[in-house]
Design a protein around this ligand. Structure first.
Ligand code: ES4
Ligand code: ZN
Length: 326
């Protein structure tokens, strides 16, 4: 079999996926109509034409508009189920997905509405296909720590459905240290912790995520490679990096995939994984990311295998569950 086929057929995990970033334009218009919400774009084509970003903020502006049509529990269910159905066909066997509660609370959509819809879809995927999952509530870093603390309070009745917390949105100007207290509170509640760091932000933000937030994982981490002491630290702590190749390309974190640092990360002995981030916006799901890496970055068979193993090892599955996949 070719490397492409191997990548497509092998069992995969997705560890960095924003459910609101799986909103395909067609489904967005469908839900807009269903909910009597008017989008700023007249058609699917017009919306798709806007998917040209020069940085993270460009994308985020569109992403927050897109999610504005999500109002009812059924909307969250339908969005999540459409994503899970798609990646089931790509041989993804385990997903750990982010949702952005504050992005919906600001439109008066309750925490309960959001999480009930998402969680019901995750349960159905497990029942139908044996696809396992973890749910990660992410704090918006452009908002205050106080707002994150309020969100944690709203989450408390649903903690049995939540496995971890994350930190996303505009990175520059919003270092991890801004959220030190809320993450401490989350850890005291037994939640796992991850944070976007080193996507656009400097190595110092990755240091803060490790030293101040005490993350269990790092989302992106590209810019960690600028500091070899930091690379040593990440290795010493065996932290997984959830790398997102097509996302990095679309948001101009890398100029071309031929320049993508993932091969270098593996050579350095870092636990890099492949993930799709916001696939509806970035031009591809899990297999598209692997295919692009094979085509553009010259990933070989050993590296492909290592990436898949890293995805299992770096997940928040139990040891027993990991062993079943290895
Ligand atoms: C995101 Cl790619 C990325 N970076 C930071 N925050 C995000 N939220 C959704 N996608
Ligand atoms: Zn992300």
């Amino acid at each position: 079999t070719t490397l492409m086929t191997l990548a497509e057929k092998m069992p995969k995990t997705e560890l960095h996926l924003h459910i609101e970033g799986t909103f395909e334009p067609e489904q967005m218009f469908e839900l807009a109509t269903r909910n009597n919400v008017t989008l700023k774009y007249a058609s699917v084509e017009e919306l798709k034409a806007a998917y040209q970003f020069t940085n993270l903020q460009d994308f985020l502006d569109l992403y927050y508009q897109g999610m504005s049509v999500l109002l009812k529990e059924a909307d969250f269910y339908d969005l999540t189920m459409a994503y899970l159905r798609k990646v089931h066909q790509e041989n993804v066997v385990h997903v750990e997905i982010f949702f952005d509660p504050q992005g919906h609370l600001s439109r008066d959509v309750s925490f309960e509405t959001q999480i009930t819809g998402i969680y019901r879809a995750l349960q159905d995927a497990d029942k139908q296909w044996g696809m396992s999952s973890k749910l990660i509530m992410s704090f918006l870093r452009h908002l205050s720590e106080e707002s994150a603390i309020e969100t944690l309070e709203l989450a408390k009745p649903f903690l049995h459905w939540i496995d971890g917390v994350g930190l996303d949105s505009s990175e520059l100007g919003h270092p991890p240290e801004k959220f030190k207290n809320v993450f401490k509170a989350c850890q005291d509640l037994g939640l796992k912790v991850t944070a976007h760091a080193g996507e656009e932000g400097p190595p110092d933000y990755v240091w803060q995520a490790i030293d101040l937030i005490k993350v269990d994982r790092i989302d992106h981490g590209n810019r960690a490679l600028e500091d070899m002491n930091l690379v040593a630290k990440i290795k010493e702590q065996q932290l997984t990096l959830t790398v997102c190749p097509l996302s990095n390309l679309k948001l101009c974190v890398v100029e071309e995939l031929t320049d993508h640092p993932i091969k270098h990360m593996l050579k350095l002995g870092l636990n890099a994984t492949v993930n799709s981030d916001d696939p509806a916006y970035f031009g591809g799901y899990m297999n598209d990311n692997y295919r692009a890496l094979i085509r553009e970055s010259g990933i070989n068979k050993d590296e492909l295998y290592q990436l898949a193993v890293n995805g299992i090892e770096g997940s928040w599955m139990s040891v027993e569950q990991k062993t079943r996949h290895l």
